[in-house]
Design a protein around this ligand. Structure first.
Ligand code: FE2
Length: 351
């Protein structure tokens, strides 16, 4: 029988032996902020630009799952970074401005706290990479939006147990709609037994933890589209070189234990106070004023974004350009234009 999830620092077993410390902090959006974030125009249609249909549970064909891959940097230009599902670089588009504003405020709240916790770790490649990412403003910079509905994904047989890649060393989960349960396998003491905990996520629930370091799975109750689960997973914004080369050192287990001994308690002691609606609206205004994406402040204009096909054509052009194949890049730019792409910067172009 799964137990209620405790709040204190625990130990995860996903990074070898000995187990690593895991910190978790939980909080809740105010009802007004939840309503503001959940009604971001980007979230209204999970079949829109940036989203794709996924299948994690092929034996449950009645379960529908869409996922969108975005970044939460203030600048709306696409960021060449890892798709957290495929593990390959692509030009990641910007999330809606409300979500970016919220995550920018969270980034500002937490970055200094993390930096002070890990900055003195020496000869620890994982810690050095994490520190450089935090200093570069990449904390909570990768923003995946997950939408689930239809048949249930329930224990015991259907849960997909896994541990995340190192881009989830600091991971924020935000529940915006519907309900789901996070199942975790954790130890309460370094030499204790692994226990199975379960934490239901209701709309507005927010947690920060390190699912890179412990096994976990998500339960989705049966629901219709109107009650669908919408959850945001905010990870470190990394490219392939950082993800695959930045977290491996000579003394791998020692490095992980040392890093998590510092990071786990730091996460547990995060300030639970989340930004207010006024804070987030203020940041939306600041981003829209500072950057060339004021268009995203008005939902009616968001729908003027290029079609999914046009966005994909331009993304392909950008990939060829990055690879140095300018002939193919030009071909796909022409195709993107034919499909109605404006080539504007906020949609992945340069104008
Ligand atoms: Fe996960």
């Amino acid at each position: 029988m799964a137990a209620e999830a405790p709040a204190s620092t625990m130990y995860g077993t996903a990074r070898g032996s000995p187990p690593t410390r895991v910190g978790t902090v939980r909080s809740k959006l105010s009802p007004e902020l939840l309503d503001y974030l959940a009604s971001d125009p980007m979230l209204v249609d999970e079949t829109g630009p940036g989203f794709q249909q996924c299948s994690d549970y092929p034996d449950v064909p009645g379960h529908t799952y869409y996922e969108g891959y975005f970044h939460s940097q203030c600048d709306a230009a696409p960021v060449w970074s890892v798709n957290p599902r495929t593990g390959s670089n692509f030009h990641k588009p910007a999330a809606g401005i409300r979500l970016r504003a919220f995550l920018e405020l969270a980034r500002r709240n937490f970055s200094a706290h993390i930096e002070s916790a890990i900055k003195d770790l020496r000869k620890n490649r994982s810690a050095e990479t994490l520190l450089s990412l935090v200093r570069a403003g990449k904390l909570f910079g990768d923003c995946a939006v997950q939408v689930h509905y239809g048949d249930a994904i329930e224990p015991p047989g259907r849960l997909g147990w896994h541990c995340d890649a190192p881009n989830s060393l600091i991971h924020m989960g935000i529940a915006l709609h519907g309900r789901r349960a996070l199942h975790c396998k954790l130890k309460s003491a370094i030499d204790g037994d692994v226990s199975h905990t379960v934490q239901w996520q209701e709309p507005g629930d927010v947690y920060v933890s390190s699912p890179t370091c412990f096994e976990h799975a998500v339960q989705y109750p049966e629901c219709c589209h109107g009650s669908r689960v919408i959850a945001v997973q905010a990870r470190l914004l990394v490219d392939e070189a950082e993800l695959y080369g930045g977290f491996h050192g000579v003394n791998q287990e020692r490095d992980w234990c040392e890093l998590m001994d510092a990071l786990g308690p730091a996460i547990s002691s995060f300030d639970k106070q989340l930004p207010s609606l006024e804070d987030v609206k203020g940041m939306v205004h600041q981003i829209a004023t500072d950057k060339a994406d004021a268009v995203q402040t008005e939902p009616s204009i968001v729908w003027q974004r290029p079609s999914h096909e046009a966005m994909q054509a331009l993304a392909t052009a950008n990939e060829f350009e990055a690879a140095g194949d300018l002939t193919q890049a030009k071909h796909w730019i022409i195709e993107a234009t034919r499909l109605g792409h404006s080539l504007k910067k906020e949609h992945g172009g340069w104008k």
